[in-house]
Design a protein around this ligand. Structure first.
Ligand SMILES: [Zn+2]
Length: 196
């Protein structure tokens, strides 16, 4: 798995390109970061369920495109409950951010079997991983592994890949004609009097 920071930076880049927000807000950025790591909540099973059952939950149903689709429906429902109408475009952005996690994990080194992520479950149970992963895996067996040189290289590597990605999407957002920016552009703020 990649670090939450790598997932968050990829999510911010995606948001600047797709959501095209009127302005950048730190609370919105924090929520975007959170959405990009929702899939890793399956790690909780590792702590809550006895070994080895919990271990086998990680990199399963939450790391699929089907889970992204599910969050689209759930987010649409939440927007509908909150505003009295579903905003499928904004719900789609939520789903895109959640699914971006699976794509980043696809490009991450994985040393535990089965390697990779089951992208197309339930259509098939195959696990997929990039032939040449961009990100190193994070070793987290214990504190010594967490503080290892390997993990330092993983963090630096993630920033070297996602940093330029964020810089490019920020530049695109910065020079995109402001009059064409969407208000609010982020997926959770209520739209007062604006059409979706
Ligand atoms: Zn993951």
């Amino acid at each position: 798995m990649a670090l939450p920071l790598g997932h968050a930076v990829a999510g911010w880049s995606l948001c600047l390109l797709v959501a095209n927000p009127k302005r950048i807000e730190w609370r919105a950025a924090a929520l975007v970061g959170l959405l990009t790591v929702v899939a890793d909540f399956d790690l909780l099973a590792s702590f809550l369920l006895p070994f080895p059952a919990g271990r086998y939950w990680h990199h399963t149903v939450t790391h699929t495109f089907a889970f992204g689709l599910l969050t689209w429906v759930v987010a649409g429902g939440v927007f509908w409950l909150a505003r009295g109408k579903a905003s499928w475009r904004e719900a789609g952005l939520v789903a895109l951010l959640v699914a971006s996690h699976t794509v980043v994990d696809y490009f991450t080194v994985d040393e535990s079997e089965p390697r990779g992520v089951p992208l197309f479950w339930p259509l098939n149970t195959e696990f997929y991983i990039a032939a040449h992963p961009w990100f190193l895996n994070i070793q987290r067996q214990d504190l010594w592994h967490l503080l290892s040189w390997h993990n330092v290289r993983a963090v630096v590597g993630e920033l070297l890949v996602t940093g330029p990605m964020l810089a490019l999407s920020f530049a695109w957002w910065r020079f995109y004609p402001p009059c064409r920016r969407r208000q609010p552009g982020w997926p959770w703020k209520p739209r007062h009097g604006s059409r979706s």
